[in-house]
Ligand binder design. Structure first.
Ligand code: NOJ
Length: 425
């Protein structure tokens, strides 16, 4: 679950004003307990989004413990992820905010901060959550001397805003002693699951992988739907175990809009057949598209269009709410769970079959040689082949067909345009 803590909502809840409560607009702690219990009855675990690097500027800590935050007499050249300086002026000093000015950065070199956050981590585990998605964790520790980021001498390896791409970002994040703070997080979480949102290429995943179970593979999330690019991203992120896969999320948009409706089924097949944990963004299982665009009612950075409600039914409110949603439903009359549930040809049925099948896929992954435009890999005796082009192409395959993105996609050894198939030897 994305953040559900009390928040003034300057960043959709990623500005937390109380780490141990539930935002009243969503319900109460009792509601939360019922939710966790109801999920458990259905064999589901709940992971919470932990936001340890910054609080809301309205969090009492900011008033009561200003020394828990990072201050300077004058700003350096560090940039906010949303553009402009990462420093804002307050009472004659400057405070650091790696994101919006409403999100001051905590100082993780202060042991009181570490203790307070460990307390938070234990609080939710005691209430029954299974673990955490840990937000923006490469921002946990920055250069203690607050030195300027030098000019970039090589590419960062993941997309950055123009301004950020000009700097090396060597001091504004991912400090060399990060591992020590990560170990404190692990200490409080015990054996529970943790996936880190680490906005770094896989080659720089240590020390995050030492502390966490998994790290999001942003190289794949940002890859275009092109076999060669996808292959390079998978190669780079599977050199060590620990990649968590996501092809879309609340920051970067949905599958259908990112890759085109014609490729959405093959993209779901890719996401759900890679080895490791897969994160399927709500709505992607039915092929929901982003909103029409332009909405900036809630997020100044323009991400509202990725955050329209889940469409359960074709009726008013899409089965999501009987009230007025923050953002309107996009097209529930065309795309909804109810209509797809019993349709053997629907995206939802394909997604369910993929989830069922992934449980039997062996752990290993071997990328296969293919014609240009085809991405194929073996998972033990299974062969997954995806055609990223608009024309039929020959693909490697096993003797027995297991699952196709659409009927008759695989004939002999040829896969139709935009399709995917899983076969088995
Ligand atoms: C990453 C979250 O996914 C994003 O939505 C948020 O704006 C930043 N971290 C800051 O918390």
């Amino acid at each position: 679950m994305s953040p559900i803590y009390p928040s003034p909502m300057h960043d959709f809840g990623y500005d937390v004003a109380d780490y141990k409560g539930i935002e009243p607009v969503f319900g109460s702690l009792d509601d939360f307990d019922s939710l966790v219990a109801a999920a458990k009855q259905r064999g589901l675990d709940v992971l919470l989004d932990l936001v340890p690097c910054h609080t809301s500027i309205e969090h009492p800590w900011f008033r009561e413990h200003p020394d828990w935050y990072i201050w300077a007499d004058a700003p350096n050249n560090w940039l906010s992820a949303f553009g402009g300086s990462a420093w804002s002026h307050l009472n004659g000093r400057w405070y650091l905010h790696s994101f919006y000015p409403e999100q001051p950065d905590l100082d993780w070199r202060n042991p009181e901060v570490v203790a307070a956050m460990q307390d938070v981590l234990r609080f939710w585990l005691e209430r029954g959550v299974a673990g955490y998605r840990v937000d923006a964790i490469d921002r946990l520790l920055k250069d203690a001397q607050l030195r300027d980021d030098p000019p970039a001498s090589e590419a960062f390896g993941l997309p950055l805003s123009g301004e950020e791409a000009e700097l090396s970002l060597a001091h504004s994040r991912n400090a060399p002693d990060t591992g020590r703070a990560l170990a404190k997080i692990r200490e409080a979480v015990g054996d529970h699951f943790m996936v880190g949102e680490v906005y770094l290429p896989a080659a720089r995943w240590q020390p995050y992988l030492d502390a966490f179970d998994a790290v999001f593979a942003f190289e794949l999330l940002h890859a275009d739907w092109d076999a060669e690019t996808l292959r390079r991203a998978i190669e780079a992120t599977t050199r060590q175990p620990g990649a968590a896969w996501a092809l879309s999320n609340h920051d970067f948009g949905r599958l259908v809009t990112r890759f085109g409706a014609e490729n959405a089924r093959a993209a779901a097949m890719l996401l759900l057949t890679l080895p490791g944990t897969a994160f399927l963004y709500q709505g992607d299982e039915i092929g929901q598209a982003d909103g029409p665009g332009g909405e900036r009612r809630y997020d100044r950075a323009g991400r509202d269009r990725f955050r329209h409600p889940m469409q359960w039914t074709g009726g008013r409110g899409g089965g999501f709410t009987s009230g007025e949603p923050w953002l309107p439903l996009v097209d529930p009359e065309h795309v909804n769970v109810e209509a797809q549930r019993d349709d053997p040809g629907s995206m939802l049925t394909l997604t369910r079959e993929l989830i069922r099948l992934r449980r039997s896929l062996p752990a290993d992954l071997r990328l296969l040689d293919t014609a240009p435009g085809v991405l194929a890999y073996a998972r033990g005796e299974y062969v997954v082949a995806l055609n990223t082009t608009g024309r039929a192409l020959p693909v490697p395959r096993g003797a027995e067909l297991v699952l196709e993105t659409e009927p008759a996609a695989l004939s002999r050894d040829e896969l139709t345009a935009h399709a995917g198939a899983i076969s088995c030897n």
